[in-house]
Write a protein that binds this ligand. Structure first.
Ligand SMILES: Cc1cc2nc3c(=O)[nH]c(=O)nc-3n(C[C@H](O)[C@H](O)[C@H](O)COP(=O)(O)OP(=O)(O)OC[C@H]3O[C@@H](n4cnc5c(N)ncnc54)[C@H](O)[C@@H]3O)c2cc1C
Length: 432
């Protein structure tokens, strides 16, 4: 293929699709290259779709996108070995159109998005891996694929190749990923009849519930679990930092099995048929772990740029937004007849800085470090809180003052007063 394109987009996940769609809509010549046999075949996500990010790219997406359920209830559970303390937020406001969050099945969603990209005019080639970026000095001028005669040129290359981003690493744009900056997540999809889901989770047709979980289910490792309701299935998963898995003698699969056996979780999966098991890395290093995002003729979007807000479990929306902002930068430069050098492409970074993407990542910049160095938040506190609630709720002839004393004693036996105050401050700082 000797043709030269305005833009080559590597990867057909949410970030690559957002970039390719926006560029093609604006009339630029776009080649998108995906190594999977079809878009979505290599992709893993929970998955919650945040409508706002997609709406800004495809305003009418609700007309034909494969959406499972709109989420009307959010649960947050803190678990110990046999109990959970939970908060449930359910609102009729989430049941008014246009809905704000949906569950999706990524393999179906990515195929739909990709079809929209093709209709917008981009050329997509699948089952093709970009093996190297083509450089002319410092400048990226195209890509080398694993196809015969696989050199393809473009004015600018957008790397939307996901968390591993081997291409950026090989070109020296991206340092090696540290095990402390990525989580390894595993998830399963359990199929069950629609009416069972609706009864079990107390929802009507197309309404959905998500449960976010933390505590003993991660065995002291920094991580969280989740359970999402789809139309005829339930997705369950858990993810912890890769560095923690390396020191803990438990595999991700064992962790998930242990979580599924929890007395509060098991009944939610009962009778389901497990049909899909997948594992994937999530870049959770946050603001401090971000690589350089642009250079001479190139930009990085999505997971490849560490755009994940682990606190709020947002990734695909940051991916789509960064893809859109990269595309808008190219469109603006092209319209002004400006070159795609690093100085001009820095406008992408300015756009990111002004958006919720960088603002949120900056807000939680200390969070990964705080949680990573303080395993008590995943271990001791869930257990202590659960014990405290159980003590107060058990009516056994012991007066409440004595019970409060007992609770205080149990906290002090695990954390000194200094430790307790310090932990409160650490939490405050992490979420400030
Ligand atoms: C278990 C799990 C649950 C999650 N849950 C949520 C959730 O509920 N909500 C949410 O918003 N986010 C969630 N995320 C995060 C979300 O999935 C990611 O942030 C998002 O997929 C990033 O999109 P992306 O396009 O940057 O990367 P990807 O989706 O990883 O896409 C990258 C694409 O590039 C292709 N590619 C890679 N290398 C090459 C190459 N050399 N040549 C050609 N193609 C290549 C890959 O095949 C892939 O299709 C979750 C992630 C995981 C793992």
């Amino acid at each position: 293929m000797s043709e030269k394109f305005d833009v080559i987009v590597i990867g057909a996940g949410p970030s690559g699709n957002a970039a390719a769609y926006t560029l093609a809509q604006a009339g630029l010549s776009v080649l998108q290259i995906e190594r999977g046999e079809s878009p979505g075949s290599k992709n893993v996500q929970g998955a919650i779709l945040y409508a706002d990010a997609l709406e800004k790219i495809i305003p009418d997406f609700r007309e034909d996108a494969p959406l499972e359920r709109h989420i009307i209830e959010q649960r947050m559970w803190v678990l110990d070995e046999d109990s959970f303390i939970g908060s449930h937020y359910r609102s009729d406001a989430f049941n008014q159109q246009p809905y704000n969050r949906y569950t999706i099945i990524r393999s179906q969603f990515d195929k739909w998005f990709s079809e929209r990209v093709r209709k917008a005019g981009a050329l997509l080639i699948c089952e093709t891996t970009v093996v190297q970026l083509l450089l002319d000095g410092q400048r990226v001028v195209g890509v080398m694929t694993d196809r015969q005669g696989g050199e393809i040129h473009a004015d600018v290359v957008i790397l939307a190749d996901g968390v591993n981003s081997l291409l950026a690493k090989n070109a020296g744009f991206h340092p090696e990923l540290k095990a402390g900056d990525v989580a390894l997540a595993v998830k399963e999809i359990h199929f069950m009849p629609q009416e069972v889901i609706e009864q079990r989770f107390n929802v009507a047709n197309e309404e959905g519930v998500v449960i976010e979980m933390m505590g003993k289910i991660t065995q002291g490792m920094m991580g969280t679990g989740f359970l999402y309701t789809n139309r005829e299935s339930v997705t369950i998963g858990v993810g912890c930092m890769l560095s923690d898995f390396k020191t803990q003698q438990m595999s991700p699969n064992e962790l998930l099995e242990h979580m599924k056996a929890h007395p509060s979780i098991k009944p939610l999966l009962q009778g389901g048929e497990m049909k899909e098991y997948t594992a994937h890395l999530i870049p959770e290093g946050g603001f401090h772990a971000m690589p350089k995002l642009y250079g001479e003729g190139w930009m990085i979007v999505g997971d490849a740029g560490m755009f994940v807000n682990a606190v709020h479990r947002e990734g695909s929306n940051l991916a789509m937004t960064s893809g859109r902002l990269a595309a808008e930068t190219v469109i603006e430069l092209k319209a002004s007849g400006l070159d795609f050098n690093a100085t001009h492409l820095s406008r992408y970074k300015s756009r990111l800085d002004e958006s919720f993407v960088m603002k949120d990542l900056k807000k939680y910049k200390d969070m990964p470090d705080v949680f990573h160095t303080n395993p008590q938040f995943f271990n001791d506190y869930p257990e202590l809180l659960s014990k405290a609630v159980r003590t107060m709720l058990t009516v056994d002839g012991v007066d409440k003052k004595t019970k409060e004393k007992e609770i205080r004693k149990s906290f002090r036996s695990r954390r000194s007063l200094f430790g307790l105050v310090g932990d409160t401050l650490k939490l405050w700082r992490a979420f400030e």
